[in-house]
Design a binder for this molecule. Structure first.
Ligand SMILES: CCCCCC(=O)SCCNC(=O)CCNC(=O)[C@H](O)C(C)(C)COP(=O)(O)OP(=O)(O)OC[C@H]1O[C@@H](n2cnc3c(N)ncnc32)[C@H](O)[C@@H]1OP(=O)(O)O
Length: 499
C-alpha cells in the first residue's frame, strides 16, 4: 500500500530456541510442575478451608512452591507457544482492542485489580532474564517492530461513540491514549525475546517528543489506521515513530498525524532501567532516521540544559519581557506598580483552569501505575477547554510537544491539573498544563508532568501579558515551544499530503 512507509514483511523473524529453556529440559520441568502444582494447591486449599494458618517454615515452603509453580507456568506457556508459533507474530493489522490484549499477554498481567499484588510478585521472577549488557542482545531491524493498527470507526458504531465529539469530530484525547499504547507495543515487538513468552521488560513512556497534525479535524465515520516502528535506540531508551491515516472517499488512507515518542525499558519491577536490543538500519532512509534520532537526543539535551528553570533568559528574551512590562505601565502615573492592560490583551493569570481527578484502578496501565495515555487525555481536554474559553471559538490542536513523564503516578493518587495560556500569536494559542499528584499515603505533592499544546483558533486571539517574573518565564517557555513548531523534527513526508 502506498502509505506504508517501511516496506517489508510485518511478520516477526522466526522463533528460535532460547538458551535458558530447551526441549530436552521439558520432562524435568514437567515433573517439577506436578509436584509444585500439588504443593501450591495443597497449601492454598488448606487455608481456604479455614484450617489454622501454617507455621513459618510451612509458609516459606508455600512461597517456594508458588514461585516454582509460576516459573513452570511460564515454561508451559512457553512450550505451548513453541508448538503454535510466536505469540508476538503480527501478520495483519491489529484491531485497536487487540493492542491492550497483546500488551497484557506480553506483560503477563491479570485484568482484575484484586490480583495485582500477586501478579507483580510473579513478574519479579522474570528478573533473571534481563541481560547484564546490551552487547549480548541481538540487533533488530526496523521491520521487526513495524506494526499497523486499525481503528474501524466507519464500521463499528459502538466504538465510534467512544471517539466522537459533539461537533462530530474525533476526540484527540482518545487518539493520545491509543498512541501511547501503540508506542509501548512497538517497543515490545523490537525487544521480543524468542525464548520467553512474557517479557521481563517494563516499557514506559518517558517523553512525547512531538505530535504534528497534518489535518485539523477528523471524521468519526471513517476508519483510521496507525503505523509505528522503532526508529532509534539508545542503551535503555527507544524512539518510536508513529503515523495516523484516515480513509477518504477515494478509498485511500490519507495522513493526518505524525508522532515521535521516547520509551524507556525498565526491569520487571519497573525500578531500574534495563538494556534494549540494538537497532541496525537496513538502508539509506533508515540510516537517515537513525541519525535523526541521534540528533533529536542532542536537541533534547540542549533544550533541557537551557531550561529557564536552570539558566537565565537570553538577552533577546530579556528585552521581550522588558518591552512587555513597559507596555503595561500606566502612562498617567510614574510608577512601576500601576499596571494596566493594553487593548485586546489578557493577563496570563486570568486564563487559568484547574481540575482534580482521583486516580482509580480503572485508569491503571499494565504495570499498575496510572496509564500515561489517561494523563495525556485529561491534560489535553483541560488545555482544550482553556484555549476554548480564552479564544472564544472552538480551537483545534496543531502540535503537542515535549511532554516529559518525570514520575510515575500511583493508583489512588489525587491528580491536580493546572492549565493556562502562556503565549499567543495571531490565531495560535500556546497552552501549558502542569500536572501534580498528591499521594494520600505519603502526604506529598509532586510534579509528574508538564504538557505543551499549540491550538489554532478560528479567529485572531488576544495577546497575553505576564504580571510576575514567574509568569514571564512561562511566557518565554511558551514562546520557545511555539517556535519549535516551525522546526520540523520528522523526515520529509514520503506520502501525498492532502490536497
Ligand atoms: C498500556 C501500556 C502503556 C504503558 C505506558 C504508560 O502508561 S507509561 C506511564 C507514564 N510514564 C511513566 O510513568 C514514566 C515516569 N517516569 C519515570 O519513571 C522516570 O522518569 C524514567 C524511568 C522514565 C526515567 O528515570 P531516570 O531519569 O531516573 O532514568 P535514567 O536517568 O537512568 O535514564 C534512563 C534513560 O532514559 C533517558 N531519559 C531520561 N530522561 C529523558 C528525557 N527527558 N528525554 C529522553 N530520554 C530521557 C536517558 O537518556 C536514559 O536513556 P539511555 O539509557 O538510552 O541513555
Amino acid at each position: 500500500m502506498s502509505w506504508n512507509p517501511i516496506p517489508g514483511p510485518l511478520v516477526a523473524s522466526p522463533r528460535r530456541w532460547g538458551p535458558r529453556f530447551s526441549p530436552a529440559r521439558l520432562p524435568v520441568f514437567g515433573g517439577g510442575l506436578t509436584l509444585t502444582l500439588f504443593c501450591y494447591r495443597f497449601f492454598s486449599t488448606w487455608e481456604d478451608l479455614g484450617c489454622p494458618p501454617v507455621g513459618r517454615q510451612w509458609s516459606a515452603m508455600k512461597r517456594a512452591a508458588m514461585r516454582l509453580w509460576t516459573l513452570n507456568k511460564g515454561l508451559l506457556t512457553h512450550g505451548r507457544g513453541l508448538s503454535q508459533g510466536s505469540q508476538y507474530k503480527i501478520s495483519e493489522p491489529l484491531h485497536i482492542h487487540q493492542v491492550q490484549d497483546k500488551l497484557r499477554e506480553i506483560v503477563g498481567i491479570s485484568t482484575v485489580w484484586r490480583d495485582h499484588v500477586q501478579v507483580m510478585e510473579e513478574r519479579k521472577l522474570l528478573h533473571s532474564f534481563l541481560p547484564k549488557s546490551q552487547k549480548v542482545l541481538p540487533p533488530r531491524k526496523i521491520r521487526d517492530s513495524y506494526i499497523e493498527v486499525l481503528l474501524p470507526l466507519g464500521t463499528d458504531p459502538e466504538l465510534r461513540d467512544k471517539y466522537v465529539t459533539v461537533q462530530n469530530t474525533v476526540r484527540f484525547g482518545r487518539i493520545l491514549e491509543d498512541l501511547d499504547s501503540l508506542g509501548v507495543l512497538v517497543c515490545y515487538m523490537h525487544n521480543h525475546n524468542h525464548s520467553t513468552n512474557m517479557s521481563p521488560l517494563s516499557i514506559v513512556t518517558v517523553l512525547v517528543d512531538k505530535i504534528d497534525m497534518c489535518k485539523h479535524s477528523l471524521s468519526p465515520e471513517q476508519d483510521i489506521k496507525f503505523t509505528g516502528h522503532v526508529s532509534w535506540v539508545g542503551n535503555t531508551t527507544m524512539e518510536v515513530k508513529m503515523k495516523m491515516f484516515q480513509l477518504h472517499d477515494d478509498e485511500k488512507y490519507w495522513p493526518v498525524l505524525d508522532a515521535t515518542f521516547v520509551m524507556v525499558a525498565q526491569d520487571s519491577e519497573n525500578k531500574r532501567p534495563a538494556f534494549v536490543n540494538p537497532l541496525i538500519p537496513e538502508n539509506k532512509e533508515e540510516e537517515e532516521l537513525f541519525t535523526q534520532g541521534e540528533l533529536s537526543k542532542s536537541r533534547r539535551i540542549a533544550f533541557s540544559t537551557s531550561s529557564l528553570l536552570k539558566v537565565a533568559p537570553s538577552s533577546e528574551e530579556r528585552n521581550i519581557i522588558h518591552e512587555l512590562f513597559l507596555s503595561t505601565l500606566d502612562p498617567k502615573t510614574i510608577s512601576f506598580q500601576s499596571r494596566i492592560l493594553p487593548p485586546k490583551a489578557v493577563w496570563m493569570e486570568d486564563t487559568k483552569l484547574k481540575s482534580l481527578d482521583i486516580c482509580h484502578p480503572q485508569e491503571r496501565n499494565v504495570f499498575n501505575w496510572i496509564f500515561g495515555g489517561f494523563l495525556m487525555r485529561k491534560a489535553y481536554e483541560l488545555a482544550w477547554a482553556t484555549a476554548c474559553s480564552f479564544g472564544g471559538s472552538r480551537p483545534y490542536v496543531v502540535t503537542v510537544d515535549d511532554i516529559m513523564f518525570q514520575k510515575p503516578v500511583e493508583v489512588g493518587s489525587l491528580l491536580f491539573l493546572s492549565s493556562q495560556v502562556c503565549f499567543t500569536q495571531g490565531n495560535y494559542i500556546q497552552v501549558r498544563v502542569h500536572s501534580e499528584v498528591f499521594s494520600l499515603d505519603s502526604r506529598e505533592h509532586m510534579t509528574t508532568n508538564v504538557f505543551h499544546f499549540t491550538f489554532m483558533s478560528e479567529k485572531e486571539v488576544p495577546l497575553i501579558f505576564p504580571k510576575t517574573y514567574g509568569e514571564s518565564m512561562l511566557y518565554l517557555d511558551g514562546q520557545r515551544h511555539f517556535k519549535s513548531m516551525s522546526t520540523p523534527v520528522t523526515l520529509k513526508k514520503d506520502y501525498p499530503v492532502e490536497p
